[in-house]
Design a protein around this ligand. Structure first.
Ligand code: AMP
Ligand code: MG
Length: 554
């Protein structure tokens, strides 16, 4: 196993001089050296081959003891000195002071193909930042992080990655619902990978302590390695850097809204300076399209981090970052102007993204109303977001087609006709084959019996308007379906699917984990062999812990 170790974080940034692993406030330092805890019986559960290849690791490397040692913390790699990062953060809208890597330990940074990667173990033991907790993670939450990181990557959403999932062999005590019923669970360790793990809170901590010197050192470091076009230590450079972070964050959130991902804990310590989705905790996927939904039980009261509020929270978090950077810029007006661009850009990018979901190539002003009406209809009766948008590609722009037929069922004749049209388009344009499942839009409704009266007439009106809008576009039905299927995933990591994987894995059976990992590597492909995962959440999962209700306990 040949790794090109090239540490910059520990080389260029100030270290905590104390090396004892005791919980404390760490001042004027970006990190503390700490050794991972030795797991009692480490064993690999799953490796993301895709990530391994990206790091330059071969299939043979993954079989070695050295690899197992590395990704479980059993043995520290030569020439490396693991460390935990110091950061603070606003949690649920309130300044929380020092947080830091309480259960994450960075191993080292490596480079491969001119790309820089930091490797980080999550759940490898306590650090000076562990506060009252144990620094460990359980299998349940580690499966969720491992699978979701990789699923998001394959969906094209900016994210931290996961190289591996391993059992530590130790038992970890958790009170999953914070109701006094603590129980032992299997301990696990995920090896996360990202160009860096710097968060908004990494800057906030120094600003809060009026430590402008360390703040500047960290900002200059981040710019040098990750936003090099803004190097030079000038006010303009810092503003350019901030502007880029704003754009990256905005892009990431537009992607979340596109695929129906709800982060669940958008605290500023969970916001990456690279605009990557980070810290997969009590996240969830929209099943019924509901902007008010949050998977996080801790957030049930205020629903601060609900689906529809994510764009707003992104801006709020960026405002905290602006405050943290202020000491280096000392001019509020340009920072405010940049934040203002988020305000004006987000709606534009959102509409552009929704146009893509609807398969619209051109931009008409009336699209805004069409999208607003759709959102209203989607909420009138519980409608599965993923199934709805995927099946929307089946709507024909041919106005002679009865809307009711489109809506309620694609009869055999239509499916057949659609298939031959697709096959023809495929030979003509060499596009990928578009499989047409024999589904209807109706199959996205959780309570089809509710689709009567005004709900039905509103849907009919919307579909007519949509068909009319499509007739103004030049793409054929098949071409449009191909475009739409590239942005409307067929398969996402539904909450209940994770839970099924977890239940199996708890028993030591990893077949389903492997299947779901494979499925989610190609979320936009039809994959007929996995068609059974293209279904609504089953009723048993509606109110089940782990499926619709998640806590931060992990
Ligand atoms: P999170 O909500 O997962 O982003 O975590 C918030 C803070 O709590 C971070 O500083 C984490 O490192 C810390 N934390 C969460 N779980 C644990 C744990 N089991 N042991 C130590 N620190 C933890
Ligand atoms: Mg966190």
């Amino acid at each position: 196993m040949q790794l090109h170790i090239k540490n910059t974080f520990t080389k260029e940034l100030p270290a905590d001089p104390i090396e004892q692993n005791t919980r404390r406030q760490v001042e004027k330092a970006c990190f503390s050296y700490v050794t991972p805890r030795i797991p009692s019986a480490p064993s690999l559960v799953h490796v993301s081959k895709d990530m391994a290849t990206t790091l330059g690791l071969s299939e043979d490397d993954l079989e070695t003891q050295r690899f197992l040692n590395m990704v479980t913390g059993a043995k520290v790699l030569e020439d490396t000195a693991p460390y935990a990062m110091c950061y603070g953060g606003h949690q649920f809208g309130h300044w929380a002071g020092q947080l830091g890597d309480g259960r994450a330990i960075n191993l080292t940074e490596i480079t491969h193909n001119n790309k820089r990667w930091a490797l980080q173990l999550k759940g490898a033991g306590a650090t000076p930042y562990s506060r009252t907790a144990d620094g460990l993670a359980v299998l349940r939450s580690s499966i969720r992080e491992h699978l979701c990181s990789e699923a998001m990557y394959h969906l094209g959403v900016p994210t931290t990655r996961s190289l591996s999932l391993a059992l530590s062999g130790d038992k970890v005590l958790r009170d999953m619902l914070y109701d006094g019923n603590a129980d032992y669970e299997k301990g696990a360790i995920v090896c996360r990978v990202a160009p860096n793990f710097i968060r908004f809170g990494s800057f906030e901590i120094f600003a809060s302590r009026q430590d402008s010197e360390t703040l500047k050192t960290l900002v200059d470091y981040t710019i040098k390695h990750f936003y090099p076009q803004y190097e030079g230590g000038t006010k303009e450079g810092y503003l350019g850097f901030f502007n880029e972070v704003v754009q990256n964050t905005l892009e990431m959130i537009v992607h979340w809204q596109r695929v129906g991902f709800v982060h669940g804990v958008m605290n500023t310590d969970n916001m990456s300076i690279l605009g990557l989705t980070i810290d997969y905790g009590p996240y969830g996927w929209l099943e019924g399209y509901d902007p008010g939904w949050t998977p996080n039980t801790t957030d049930r009261q205020n629903k601060r981090y609900r689906f529809g509020n994510q764009p707003q929270i992104g801006l709020w978090n960026l405002l905290q970052l602006a405050n943290a950077l202020f000491p280096l810029i000392e001019d509020a007006a340009p920072l405010e102007a940049i934040l203002q661009t988020y305000h004006t850009e987000y709606p534009k990018k959102y509409i552009a993204m929704m146009r893509e979901k609807l398969g619209l190539q051109s931009a008409l002003d009336t699209d805004i109303q069409l999208i607003a009406d759709l959102e209203k209809n989607l909420q009138a009766s519980e409608t599965d977001m993923t199934i709805f948008f995927r099946n929307l590609a089946l709507v024909s722009k041919d106005e002679s087609k009865n809307v009711e037929t489109t809506f309620f069922a694609f009869g055999e004749a239509e499916v057949h006709a659609e298939r031959s049209r697709n096959a023809k388009a495929e030979t003509e344009s060499h596009t990928e084959p578009v499989e047409v499942p024999s589904h209807s839009l109706k199959s996205a409704f959780y309570k089809p019996e509710e689709i009567t009266g005004t709900i039905l007439s509103d849907w009919e009106a919307w579909l007519l308007a949509y068909q009319k809008r499509l007739s103004q576009e030049h793409l054929t039905n098949a071409e449009r379906a191909t475009q739409m299927n590239r942005v409307n995933p067929k398969y996402v990591l539904r909450n209940y699917i994770s839970q099924l994987v977890i239940d199996e894995a708890d028993k030591g059976n990893y077949e389903l984990l492997n299947e779901i990992y494979t499925l989610l590597k190609k979320p936009y492909d039809e994959q007929p062999e996995y068609e059974h995962w293209f279904t609504k959440r089953p009723e048993w999962a509606r109110n089940k812990v782990g499926c619709s209700m998640l806590s931060c306990s992990s």
